[in-house]
Design a protein. Sequence first.
Length: 167
Amino acid sequence: MKRNASFCPQCGTSLEHIERHGRIRPVCPSCGFTVYFDPKVAVTIFIEQDEQVLLVQRNNHPGFGKWAMPAGFVEYDEAPEDAAIRETLEETGLEVEITDLLAVFPRKDNGLADIVISYAARVTGGQLQAGDDASAAEWYTRKAVPIDDLVFYPSMTLVGAWAREAR
């Protein structure tokens, strides 16, 4: 995803692209403000219960119709763990408790996040139902995981490794 800035958010002057702190960055020639593009951070949640893993079917692009772990973006004022709990509830109707930090992934595919933090969680309540940007939410055994229909590097990596344990 290419990021762009044309005008200074401080004074409205057209920005120039010059070297600042080792990179070419948008800089305001009037007030000196430098635009820094912060990475987009997302979370994924690996939930295993009764020898099954929970996956959601994407209802939006990228990855429309494909399967992935529940996931979403971290808000600017939110702890990543809180984002994982919120996103799980929004996409699956389930309340969860984070049990472990599994991995931190860089962008390696066409996903919209630059950094993905993956957590393990256990279900503490709620009722399974697809919501938000998920068209379906389903439990899969290791042998039934739709490996060829998984999307996004973290889901392909974590769910793929989990599914291969039985093969």
